[in-house]
Design a protein around this ligand. Structure first.
Ligand SMILES: Cc1cc2nc3c(=O)[nH]c(=O)nc-3n(C[C@H](O)[C@H](O)[C@H](O)COP(=O)(O)OP(=O)(O)OC[C@H]3O[C@@H](n4cnc5c(N)ncnc54)[C@H](O)[C@@H]3O)c2cc1C
Length: 456
């Protein structure tokens, strides 16, 4: 029936894309995006906007796309989003806007993310932005150059503030750069933000970790900042605390993904020679899927398996990520849990896994995995990646006077994203724990607006 199915877009075949780190899909063409936009029913009470964390004005910008008015569509998107080319690509749309689209009740929801992506990329190529702004004489420090810090900075720069970044790595983007692989989000899009920030006269101190040795109190006192925003994310990988975890060949997800995603792109491939031929990923979330899908693209890798202690139904990863991982030949070993890593000469050779069954529901509402009486299984592996979630770093809260964080290390903030210290704001994963890009952006903008209101 007309309108029930989405307009198709080009997607690289699994056998082809397994051999490159290029985008799985380059998105809609102009004709395709207009055709897809016409599927939008322009609901009077748009559930899609309600389900979007930033209440993006979805039917409004889609109406402009229907008529080919891409510039007008972009203007509407910009009123809510400062990172639309990124969010349109990586947001978990099926759990947000598209998950609430009325079209989805009887057929496929409108491809809202892909429509927004077309408009944002069209704007990047076709619109010239003006970056000059009369300085207002006020200076703000931003700690961490991930999506939260970038968004806060973009808003403040547009209002004439001097913005100075302190970033512990030597690049801009945070997880967008080291974590999300280039076959899901192109490096060019992320790097454009660094270029844009430089054009807007933002200043950068790279390889500068704020914490014990470079205290925030000293920084704020010595440099005379009017306010500060902390957007340091939540990137301490969780561990299993089992025997053999320190063997060579066992990696945390952040270490493994950084080694691959920050490596030089040679042609359309990346290389990580130490990885060996057989890779085992532990976990069932999006980070596990990213690690597995990166591994499968390495030239020497012959087999990639995911072990997960529950069943596929309980996996937190988005369905599209699961589907792509399966298409790319990744093996799923559910109801298994590593209990020991075995090695030879300090190098990992095997993972010993218990066979699990599902018991009563736990606090998360999902049935708790418990070990069965079955014999353990032994998997021959060269590399194992632990994708078990992330925790917050506590160093800044520990070494900054009166700056309060909860027991997990998340900064405590008010509705303006201000911390317990006047003039110090925080947002993104540093406040919520591991979350999403769009929520980090929202927090960065919210804090920037509050800083502007306070100082102007
Ligand atoms: C592998 C992976 C895939 C993901 N995929 C998606 C996805 O598809 N869609 C989605 O919406 N979300 C995804 N997420 C989550 C999303 O990336 C995060 O929610 C988001 O990046 C949080 O932004 P942030 O700015 O708060 O933190 P981050 O992106 O973590 O940025 C924090 C920055 O602060 C810097 N920093 C840290 N400590 C200090 C310090 N002491 N001093 C100075 N600088 C410091 C870091 O180097 C980093 O640059 C993914 C996460 C991971 C790990």
């Amino acid at each position: 029936m007309v309108g029930m199915e989405r307009t198709k877009m080009y997607i690289q075949e699994p056998e082809k894309r397994k051999n490159n780190f290029s985008l799985v899909s380059t998105g809609y063409t102009k004709d395709e995006v207009i055709e897809e936009a016409k599927r939008c029913l322009n609901c009077k009470i748009p559930q899609c906007s309600k389900a979007c964390p930033i209440q993006n004005r979805i039917p409004e910008f889609i109406s402009e796309v229907k008529n080919g008015n891409f510039e007008k569509a972009y203007e509407i998107i910009k009123t809510k989003s400062l990172l639309s080319d990124i969010c349109s690509t990586v947001c978990p749309h099926e759990k947000q806007c598209e998950g609430s689209c009325v079209r989805g009740i009887k057929g496929e929801p409108v491809a809202i993310g892909s429509i927004e992506r077309f408009v944002s990329e069209w704007a990047n190529e076709n619109l010239k932005e003006s970056y000059t702004k009369e300085p207002n004489g006020k200076k703000i420090a931003i700690i961490g150059a991930g999506p939260a810090g970038i968004s806060c900075a973009l808003y403040l720069l547009s209002k004439g503030y001097k913005v100075v970044f302190y970033e512990k790595e030597n690049y801009v983007g945070g997880v967008l750069k080291w974590g999300i692989p280039s076959f899901r989000l192109s490096d060019k899009i992320v790097d454009n933000y660094y270029e844009k920030l430089k054009k807007m006269n933002a200043e950068f101190h790279f390889n500068y970790k704020v914490g014990k040795d470079n205290s925030l109190d000293d920084l704020l006192k010595n440099e005379g900042y009017d306010a500060c925003f902390i957007g340091i994310g939540a990137c301490s990988s969780n561990v299993m605390n089992i025997e053999g975890e320190d063997l060579k060949g066992v990696y945390s997800a952040d270490d493994f993904l950084s080694k691959i995603n920050l490596s030089e792109l040679k042609g359309d491939r990346r290389y990580f020679d130490e990885c060996g031929e057989r890779v085992l990923i532990v976990g069932g979330g999006n980070v596990a899927m990213d690690a597995a899908r990166c591994a499968v693209r390495l030239p020497q890798v012959k087999k990639v398996s995911i072990v997960y202690r529950r069943t596929e139904q309980e996996m937190p990863a988005c369905s599209i990520e699961l589907e792509h991982a399966k298409e790319e030949g990744i093996e799923f070993l559910t109801l298994k849990n590593p209990v020991k890593f075995i090695g030879k000469d300090s190098k990992l050779t095997q993972a010993e896994c218990a066979v699990m069954v599902l018991g009563e529901p736990d606090a998360s509402g999902r049935r708790r995995p418990v070990e069965s009486n079955e014999d353990h299984i032994f998997l021959d592996v060269d590399t194992c990646v632990l994708a078990l979630g992330f925790s917050n770093e506590k160093e800044i809260s520990m070494y900054t006077k009166d700056l309060e964080a909860d027991k997990w290390g998340c900064f405590i903030v008010d509705e303006n994203n201000m911390t317990s210290r006047e003039g110090i704001y925080a947002g993104g994963d540093a406040v919520t724990g591991a979350d999403t890009v769009v929520r980090a952006m929202k927090a960065g903008i919210n804090a920037a607006k509050a800083i502007d209101t306070k100082l102007s």
